[in-house]
Write a protein that binds this ligand. Sequence first.
Ligand code: B4P
Length: 191
Amino acid sequence: MINIVLFGKPGAGKGTQAEFLKNKFNLVHLSTGDIFRYNIKNDTELGRLAKTFMDKGDLVPDEVTIKMLQKEVDKNQQVAGFLFDGFPRTIVQAEALDTFLSTKKEEITATVALEANDEILIQRLLERGKTSGRPDDQDEEKIRNRYEEYNEKTAPLMNYYKKQGKFHSVDGIGSIQEVADRLNNVFEAFI
Ligand code: B4P
């Protein structure tokens, strides 16, 4: 199986690019952000809990996110591989993912990061906030909090995957098609 982590700051384009990559490489796309938003829309217990964190731009607690992700993986048997989008976002989540995959005799194939400058990304998110209805995209202070969460809790994952020799990165600035072409080249090297 091919198991790829799509990594990047908020608004780096993970969700946008995952749409192309999942089709091209026949991977099951699991976005923890999308799963939380689905639960919020359907007013589930998980959604109500996640909303209290997401609306402020905070990460949802690890134990909740890990359990949810594992359930989603288990729903998809006999697949060619997974594209993890927005997960893991903490070292605890990364360790849990490694342990979980090893129980299935699987492992992460590679982590691919979309690199981009904070100020460009903040403008992208504010732009999306005008139409998305996402409370976490509408207020610059909440967006800046998401970057603080990223720097403190998510950025250390780069070293985690570098130590495993699994970290790759591409320039996330350019048109959506240009970024897709760059990702395509990196993915073709290990798929
Ligand atoms: P996510 O849903 O993962 O979202 P994201 O970081 O906002 O965005 P992404 O990088 O996917 O950007 P997108 O393609 O949409 O997380 C939201 C929240 O959920 C988190 O803050 C957290 O609270 C919670 N959460 C999720 N996973 C969690 C976890 N594992 N642990 C704890 N909490 C978790 O692109 C953004 C915008 O840019 C779009 O409008 C797009 O059109 C535009 N864009 C994309 N590429 C572009 C390009 N090349 N040029 C110009 N614009 C571009």
